[in-house]
Design a protein around this ligand. Structure first.
Ligand code: G3P
Ligand code: MG
Length: 252
């Protein structure tokens, strides 16, 4: 990928903490602040439907505990038909009561219809990393077929990225890193990545130069204060994932 088609500013989980994360309501709120690119976390239901959720368990961001249905709390152990009935908004605030968990397909249609860009973080349920990468990539390729800009697939899981690479090698990939392990650059290149998406504290002049010299873009998560953002802009990094859609104007 020689030309980088994505905006610099990316709204984390839709709108950070201002709306229930990883819901369509969050995407709408992020967009109302001017954001045109969104990060979301995607895993698989037990029947293989990619859907948006950060945690492996349902407890924090749904009403699963109050429901008679799911006996287990593991998100990936329930079929989509059960997950789609859950309330993923009430935990945040009454204004979002009844907000459903979106499938990747729901979010893809929203993004495509509105001309938004998407960063799909593949967040597998432990044990099914490679398969999750395969399924998410296959569905993303189908949903974005013929679209001007594909989604950027990213993951902390190299197995998930390998699955995505094997299934849909043409889809752009980013390696997520929370620490700079010794072979970080070699790993990203081996996985055919176009970007490294780091904990923002890991970028300095040397690491940005190494990434850029290797032909990789340098992105950061999760940047919520102005000092950190200014530093990353001065370093010449390429993308900033933020919760603070209310603080950073994405055109700036
Ligand atoms: O994709 C960047 C960022 O979302 C990674 O951390 O835990 O918020 O998914 P997390
Ligand atoms: Mg994420």
């Amino acid at each position: 990928m020689t030309d980088w088609p994505y905006p610099r500013w990316i709204a984390h989980r839709g709108a950070g903490k201002l709306a229930p994360e990883n819901t369509l309501a969050a995407f709408r709120l992020g967009a109302s602040h001017g954001y045109r690119m969104f990060e979301c976390d995607v895993k698989l239901s037990s029947d293989g439907v990619p859907f948006l959720m950060h945690d492996s368990t349902l407890a924090r961001t749904t009403n699963s505990r109050q429901q008679p249905g799911p006996a287990s709390d593991i998100g990936g152990e329930h079929p989509w038909g059960v997950l789609a009935q859950l309330d993923a908004g009430s935990w945040h605030s009454r204004a979002f009561a009844g907000e459903p968990l979106p499938s990747l397909e729901n979010i893809a249609r929203h993004c495509l219809r509105n001309g938004y860009f998407l960063n799909i973080e593949i967040k597998p349920t432990p044990g099914v990393e490679h398969h999750t990468g395969e399924v998410v990539a296959r569905q993303a390729a189908r949903l974005w077929q013929g679209a001007p800009t594909p989604p950027l697939l990213s993951s902390f899981s190299e197995d998930a990225l390998r699955g995505a690479q094997a299934m849909e090698p043409a889809l752009p990939r980013g390696l997520l890193l929370d620490t700079l392990r010794p072979a970080w650059l070699a790993s990203a290149l081996d996985l055919g990545c176009v970007a490294v998406v780091c904990n923002y504290a890991l970028w300095d002049h040397s690491t940005v130069t190494q990434a850029h010299d290797a032909g990789l873009r340098a992105l950061s998560y999760t940047v919520n204060d102005e000092w950190a953002a200014q530093r990353l802009l001065a370093l010449g990094t390429d993308g900033i994932i933020t919760d603070r859609v209310d603080l950073f104007a994405p055109q700036a």
